[in-house]
Ligand binder design. Structure first.
Ligand code: CP
Ligand code: NVA
Length: 300
């Protein structure tokens, strides 16, 4: 197949990933200036959501509209996907009608199967294993506030989840060091970590991970699909809240990021997420600009 997919950050070269951040910043400036920029006129994005979403749905749908195209929302509740139509058949059919497809689902293997049978580019809008679109927005946010991230230190505090895995890949691709602090039993996938051995360091103590860090990042303790583990996880992660003490350990001008939705009083204290070091609202807005850059890149 002669198209490119974006299933993980490793699908693109470091050059292409840096280019996307630069383009996202340009597209943001154009939008703020009120410049019409309809490069995807008549293009259709199919959006398959098997999990909930606020930011991802809104940013892809608004982004396609701003670029002159159309986005179509599909959920298992009201499509044949929810009634057991094979993922391969769904991919064949949707890709004959849409120009590009984004999927949010559970098993990463499912999006790989979908992509293998799609005739058009497929974007990972979150799986249990990765959330690469979020990293484009996070990198844009860093570059806007602080410039290049090469050589910087990022602390990941909390669950070794899909966001953590995408941070591990981002450390390789954007050239920063990632200090990871997770409770025992909640570490990131071993093979993903091993492949990034030169960029990612596994620690246990959150304060040690945050020491002198330029950016501190966390995420929910129980991801979508893990709701019944919430109480158990609250106990396991009790020492892993990003609070003022953790931010004091980091560099004096450190930034705080969270992909959202957040649980104040769990993975992050209210004073940190609502405080002066937090850039979470820029980060959320940048989903729009970064994904517009991604859609343009994959379609042009
Ligand atoms: N960060 C993120 O992906 O948010 P949604 O789940 O609201 O899309
Ligand atoms: N780790 C979280 C991210 C939500 C955007 C989840 O998968 O639910």
């Amino acid at each position: 197949m002669d198209h490119q997919n974006f299933l993980t950050l490793l699908d693109f070269s470091p050059d292409a990933l840096h280019g996307l951040v630069r383009r996202a910043i340009e597209l943001k400036a154009m939008r703020k200036a009120g410049t019409l920029h309809e490069t995807l006129k008549n293009k259709i994005l199919a959006m398959v959501f098997e999990k909930s979403s606020t930011r991802t749905r809104m940013s892809f749908e608004a982004g396609m509209a701003q670029l002159g195209g159309t986005a179509i929302f599909l959920s298992p509740r009201d499509t044949q996907l929810g009634r057991g139509e094979p993922i391969e058949d769904s991919a064949r059919v949707l890709s004959r009608m849409a120009d590009i497809i984004m999927i949010r689902t559970f098993e990463h293997e499912k999006i790989e199967r979908f992509a293998a049978h799609s005739e058009v580019p497929v974007i990972n809008a979150l799986t249990d294993l990765y959330h690469p679109c979020q990293l484009l927005a996070d990198m844009q946010t860093w570059f806007e506030h602080r410039g290049d991230i090469r050589g910087k230190t990022v602390a990941w505090i909390g669950d070794g989840n899909n966001m953590c895995h995408s941070y591990i890949n981002a450390a390789r691709q954007y050239g920063f060091t990632l200090n990871i602090a997770c409770p025992e039993g909640y570490e990131p996938d071993e093979s993903i970590l091993r492949a990034a051995a030169a960029s990612a360091v596994m620690l246990r103590d959150p304060a040690e991970a945050a020491r002198a860090a330029d950016l501190v990042v966390t995420d929910v303790w129980a991801s979508m699909g893990q709701e019944e583990e919430q109480a158990h996880r609250e106990k396991a992660f009790a020492r892993y809240q990003v609070d003022a003490g953790i931010m004091d350990t980091a560099a004096a001008d450190a930034l705080f990021m969270h992909c959202l939705p957040a649980h104040r009083g769990e993975e992050v204290s209210a004073d940190v997420i609502d405080g002066p070091q937090s850039v979470v609202w820029d980060e959320a807005e940048n989903r729009l600009h970064a994904q517009k850059a991604l859609l343009e890149y994959l379609l042009q």
